[in-house]
Design a protein around this ligand. Structure first.
Ligand code: SF4
Ligand code: SF4
Length: 381
């Protein structure tokens, strides 16, 4: 199981198994007590949800993405993982939008408070990409790496089985290659697959990186991959890396942004930004939450829940008497400088993995790479 802290496990020699064995893999995981979560078509997008069989995967589908635009398109083959990341990230399963913390019930003059039990469910995450594995590693540091750990995240995270997939296409808004977070899976997986769907062949080159991954792989009909098949898998990843839709400068972004906190570009982006918070909801690393209390109409039962929040709301920075970040300009600057600059100071890495979701799902197509490029270009003049 790819629990927290197993990221340095080294994969074994590659194996290969045919598409027909994917159902056997699903059965094996279900037999080991896992609930299967994977990609499926819903509401005009490829999202992550419970999957019962291989038939529910988006076979033959891909996507077109650009700033503020996402469209499903048909592929010319039967690839089941031939798409880039969609609107969902895996945080909705590990760090869900709403998590009840406790319930209270009045019994006459006494109140009984019951803390919400930590989940015991085991999740198999099917089709997870390199950028999203980096994002989970970042959320591990945020939610389990300090003095205040989130017991619900930790419990779910320790029980996952990761079936990762090396990307065979880059989305129009992807820039993971320039963030060194993809498209090849390098860490925190049990099994990593590369789909080969060409020349009459439809198979997966597979690597196992954990004991449980090795056991599961051993139970599938497979054979050692040949040198040509390993080369073909490497070529898939190389082609994807070479076709990224965007890029982010690899160095100096933190310093660039912190030098330019009063740059006029923040006003320009604020004039377009709707402060809707979409970018924070789709981002796989954004982790902020608020708490809400609710009670029934009789006042006998009440509960407290944690739910996702966004630095784009006025309430987020409300401190008695007013919001610290009242303007859209200050809220966009907070989000972007946290992601790309102060995250390094707080957690020792970038808060961005280059998945491109915030660009695709921004209703007005605001592009984090374009904003960095604009500020950088202004310094060159
Ligand atoms: S900031 Fe945007 S590109 Fe970076 S990880 Fe979040 S959603 Fe993906
Ligand atoms: S940058 Fe785009 S997605 Fe984010 S709050 Fe502004 S309008 Fe919404």
């Amino acid at each position: 199981m790819s629990g927290i802290g197993t990221s340095s496990a080294r994969p074994d020699r590659s194996a290969i198994f045919p598409i027909e064995a994917l159902g056997t893999l699903f059965d094996a995981l279900r037999g080991r007590g896992y609930r299967l979560i994977g990609p499926t078509l819903r509401d005009g997008a490829i999202v992550y949800d419970d999957i019962a069989s291989v038939d529910e995967l988006p076979r033959g589908w891909s996507d077109e993405q650009s700033g503020g635009r996402y469209r499903l398109i048909r592929r010319g083959d039967d690839a089941v993982f031939g798409y880039a990341v969609g609107p969902h990230s895996w945080k909705r399963f590990l760090h869900p939008p709403r998590q009840r913390l406790w319930r209270a019930k009045r019994h006459g003059g006494e109140v009984q408070v019951t803390a919400e039990a930590v989940p015991e469910e085991r999740l198999a995450l099917i089709g997870i990409r390199a950028c999203d594995l980096k994002a989970i590693a970042i959320q591990d540091r945020v939610l389990t790496g300090g003095s205040y750990l989130d017991p619900y995240y930790k419990a779910r995270r320790e029980r996952i089985f990761v079936v990762a997939v090396n990307c065979s296409v880059a989305g129009g808004t992807c820039f993971c290659a320039s963030m060194q977070s993809g498209p090849k899976v390098t860490e925190t997986f049990d099994l990593a697959l590369t789909e080969l769907c060409d020349d009459g062949m439809h198979a997966f080159v597979a690597e196992a990186a954990t004991d449980e991954g090795r056991v599961v792989l051993a139970g599938l009909p497979h054979r050692p991959a040949t040198g040509d098949e390993v080369d073909a898998a490497a070529a898939v990843v190389a082609r994807t890396a070479a076709s990224m839709g965007r890029e982010m400068p690899s160095e100096g972004v933190r310093e660039l942004l912190l030098r330019n906190l009063e740059h006029p570009r923040w006003d320009e982006v604020a004039a377009r930004c709707l402060t809707c918070g979409n970018c924070t909801m789709v981002c796989p690393t954004c982790f902020c939450t608020t708490v809400e209390d609710a009670s029934d109409v009789t006042g006998v039962e009440s509960s407290r829940s944690q739910r996702w929040d966004s630095c784009f709301t006025m309430d987020f920075s409300y401190i008695h008497g007013g919001s610290v970040r009242a303007s859209p300009q200050s809220r966009y600057r907070q989000w972007m400088t946290h992601k790309l600059a102060t995250w390094f100071d707080q957690f020792g890495s970038s808060g961005c993995v280059g998945c491109g979701r915030c660009i695709t799902w921004c209703p007005v197509g605001i592009d984090i790479t374009e904003e960095v490029a604009a500020i950088r270009a202004s310094e060159a003049h």
